[in-house]
Design a protein around this ligand. Structure first.
Ligand code: MEV
Length: 322
């Protein structure tokens, strides 16, 4: 038996980091995917191969590297965990082999880890006849917590359900309808980040300055609600201004840096309606909102001139496909 699942990358439009501490965030899935093929095999093991240069096999809890040296295990343990969660405790003969193939650049804030967990649970779950997206998403969130233990779950929710959503740890997710189509350009600073370390840095900021952090949370919450209504009413200029304000909050909690600030400035100078970090920051990616598709090509060129790789993204409405 064989199953193929694919799940999209994401951008966080508003509220990253604050979402870890209970605020809502607004997210969009984008048209870059990771595909996972899962097939049953006779041998009692789980074999995982990823096109980012890592492969290994698990016989029970014994791990053997097949490709990628020491780094392989760190990369594929979450995939193994996702497969085991999908398999559950059912008795079954034989094993599974899993192949991952990704269009999502790794470690730059576009949700590649979450998408790989979602697609893995989707593919392996499907071999057992499980197709319920909520069931898949809940398991993927637990596996993503192997990568960074305080994950809010936001990345797995958007990758599973697609489109545009508002997500909060307590409130769950809600679809948002945007009145205007969004022309978003992503600029990759080329600086890879470790999401867990960035999230831990923000927790330290909160512990050092609880009152300031609370004030920033309150403003981030208001920005998120204003942005949801700007999306629904198609007010792109207001949306851009809110993105700029959100970026100031991210600077204050220490997740921006010189390269990100330069790229945000370059986007604004090139006519972006708004620009900000997307995801964990510390490098990674910046998103810029263009007034329309024509402007988005101009923006992409300015990002290239600022020495960063541009990605012109469309919103993906499909989410997980099995
Ligand atoms: C990472 O894409 C988004 C963060 O808010 C972490 C999380 O939500 O788990 C930085």
């Amino acid at each position: 038996m064989m199953a193929v699942a694919s799940a999209p990358a994401k951008v966080i439009l508003f509220g990253e980091h604050f979402v870890v501490h209970g605020n809502p965030a607004l997210l969009a899935a984008i048209n870059k995917r990771i595909s996972v093929t899962a097939g049953t095999i006779e041998a009692e093991k789980i074999v995982i191969r990823s096109d980012i240069g890592a492969a290994g096999e698990y016989s029970g809890r014994v791990f053997k590297v097949l490709r990628g040296g020491k780094r392989a295990r760190v990369l594929i343990d979450p995939i193994h965990d996702a497969a085991r969660r999908a398999l559950g405790s059912r008795d079954r003969d034989g094993g599974i082999e899993i192949d991952l193939c990704s269009e999502i650049p790794y470690g730059i804030g576009l949700g590649s880890s979450a998408a790989s967990c979602v697609a893995t649970v989707g593919a392996v779950g499907s071999l057992l006849g499980r197709h319920d997206r909520r069931w898949i998403c809940e398991r993927a969130v637990e596996s993503e917590r192997m990568i960074h233990k305080n994950s809010s779950g936001a990345d797995c929710y958007i990758s599973t359900f697609g489109g545009l959503i508002r997500y909060g740890r307590k409130e769950g997710y809600k679809k948002i309808e945007s009145r205007e189509s969004l022309s978003i350009v992503i600029g990759n600073t080329g600086i890879k980040h470790n999401t867990g370390e960035m999230v831990a840095g923000v927790a330290k900021f909160k512990a050092r300055k609880p009152k300031v952090f609370q004030e920033l949370m309150t403003r981030a919450d208001e920005i998120c609600s204003d942005a949801a209504s700007a999306l629904e009413s198609g007010e792109l200029e207001r949306l851009g201004l809110l993105m700029n304000e959100n970026q100031l909050l991210l600077q204050q909690i220490g997740v921006s840096n010189k390269k990100v600030d330069e790229l945000v400035r370059a986007c604004s100078a090139a006519g972006a309606l708004g620009a900000k970090i997307t995801g964990a920051g510390g490098g990674g990616s910046v998103i810029a909102l263009a007034a329309n598709e024509k402007e988005s090509a101009r923006l992409a060129e300015s990002i290239r001139q600022a020495g960063c790789d541009p990605i012109e993204a469309q919103i993906d409405y499909k989410g997980l496909v099995v």
